[in-house]
Design a protein around this ligand. Structure first.
Ligand code: TRP
Length: 458
């Protein structure tokens, strides 16, 4: 999409595949591997996974459908769209979207920088003998800032130069490879001695934990983050749609693809964690250590190192592909901010992307210095605010414009039964569940704000 276009003409997807690909490209990213593994570990494994599936199906798909509906209906960037549809009092929701895009990208880029650094060092011949020490040395301070800045420059470059089509074509090839690589790794992980213990932790839920507010809040937050929901990213992409797709089916397709990648990643991570005795390094079965956030970055390299040269090659390939997955997600985050600035202030795409790229890069520096800060930003913006954004998106669609939303959905979905189910979900079920989740999240969200304000000490 959006090769550079004259200010007042909107580009659109040439094909249905182009749209799906960009939406999957946004969804599949660090969230599926880095964040999924660390949050699943924090949330007790299997109970988390089961709740996660439930949230993807019951809230994720309906909210994504809502974002698609709003985007295609308005043909506008989210900030304009919510006001045009709901009236001026909806403006704050648009600002919230932009704030989330800004905030998430600021630390997302730090983690993406780690991936870049890992890929680079793995290709150059290894990550040293002690993976944990290596992680510590590249994940904070000057090395982290450097990789973060390089990643931001790349992201801005892609959004400015309008080479997204090229990137999407690259993603078309790279994402299936990433998936097959993951499947291959999962098969290898299955051969490890203690794989059974890993599967047990990952797949056998404890009923008691299913009702644990902490697990519930983590699962809901992860569903929103991983599906790129709650901040207008999917809305933006759908605003470039002009044809009459069945938006409900598209949302389900994106959700299934996204979940598939995360699930298989878990089948790799947990056997490795247990086999190589890493449970304590990442805070399992003990207090949560700083390294919970580094789960993927410590376990996978430690495991693969046991395979010698071949392991090194696989590791390099894995992080290169993870880097591409992160890039297609990062551009969707920046796109929301840039589209708002273009529409709101009349800036050129170039100006908007460069200036806001610089601001986001600066905003990411605290996260590059301090993992606690990164973790807190992720909890507050990447969990809490997304859920808030999703709640109000449901209210907008379910209460402010229910009739028009239904007509828009009907363009590709004639059968009224699924539309009625969707209307019920966005009007009643999703807002009710999201309110409960918001309630459960308040203490952590507050603590995260304190942590950020005290720079990682709170
Ligand atoms: N979903 C992406 C991931 O899993 C991250 C992401 C991209 C995102 N765009 C978003 C998260 C919008 C929330 C909202 O890595």
């Amino acid at each position: 999409m959006t090769d550079p276009v004259p200010a007042n003409s909107r580009d659109s997807w040439a094909t249905r595949a182009g749209f799906i690909l960009a939406a999957v490209g946004s969804a599949v990213g660090l969230g599926n591997m880095w964040r999924f593994s660390y949050v699943a570990a924090e949330g007790g494994g299997a109970a988390f996974v089961l709740l996660y599936i439930a949230f993807v199906a019951v809230i994720g798909v309906p909210i994504m459908t809502s974002e698609f509906v709003v985007g295609r209906m308005s043909q506008e960037s989210p900030v304009v769209a919510v006001q045009r549809l709901g009236g001026p009092k909806w403006a704050p929701l648009g600002w919230l979207f932009v704030f989330c895009g800004f905030g998430i990208l600021s630390y997302y880029s730090v983690v993406a920088g780690w991936t870049m650094r890992y890929a680079f060092d793995a290709v150059r011949g290894g990550l040293g003998t002690d993976t944990e020490a290596y992680f510590q040395s590249v994940a904070t301070g000057a090395p982290a800032i450097l990789s973060h800045l390089v990643f931001m420059v790349l992201t801005v470059f892609i959004v400015v130069a309008g080479v997204k089509r090229g990137l999407e074509r690259a993603a078309l090839i790279l994402m299936p490879i990433l998936f097959f690589l993951l499947v291959g790794l999962a098969i290898w992980a299955a051969t490890l001695g203690d794989a059974g213990a890993g599967y047990g932790y990952y797949l056998r839920p404890q009923v008691r934990e299913l009702l644990d507010p902490n697990v519930i809040r983590l699962a809901a937050g992860q569903a929103f983050f991983s599906l790129s929901l709650g901040m207008g990213a999917m809305m933006t992409y759908a605003s470039y749609l002009t044809s009459k797709e069945n938006l409900g089916r598209e949302a389900a397709t994106v959700a299934v693809a996204d979940f598939g990648v995360a699930f298989v990643a878990g089948l790799v991570i947990f056997p490795v964690i247990f086999h190589f005795g890493l449970a304590s390094t990442i805070g399992l079965g003990g207090g949560i250590s700083d390294n919970t956030v580094g789960t993927l970055f410590i376990t996978l390299p430690t495991g693969l190192k046991s395979l010698g040269t071949l392991g090194g090659i696989v590791l390099g390939a894995f992080f290169i592909m993870l880097f591409f997955a992160a890039l297609t997600s990062a551009i969707s985050l920046l796109e929301v901010v840039v589209a708002a600035v273009i529409d709101g202030w009349g800036w050129s795409r170039r100006q908007a992307a460069i200036w806001f790229g610089v601001l986001i890069a600066l905003a990411g520096i605290p996260a590059a210095f301090n993992i606690n800060f990164l973790d807190a930003a992720d909890k507050f913006v990447g969990n809490f605010l997304l859920i808030v954004g999703g709640f109000f998106t449901a209210i907008l669609v379910g209460y402010a414009i229910p009739q028009r939303a239904d007509e828009e959905l009907a363009k590709g979905l004639e059968n009224p039964a699924p539309r009625r189910a969707w209307a019920f979900f966005v009007r009643y079920l999703s807002p009710a569940l999201l309110l409960i989740v918001i309630w459960f999240m308040l203490p952590t969200a507050w603590r995260a704000v304190v942590t950020m304000l005290t720079f990682g000490r709170g």
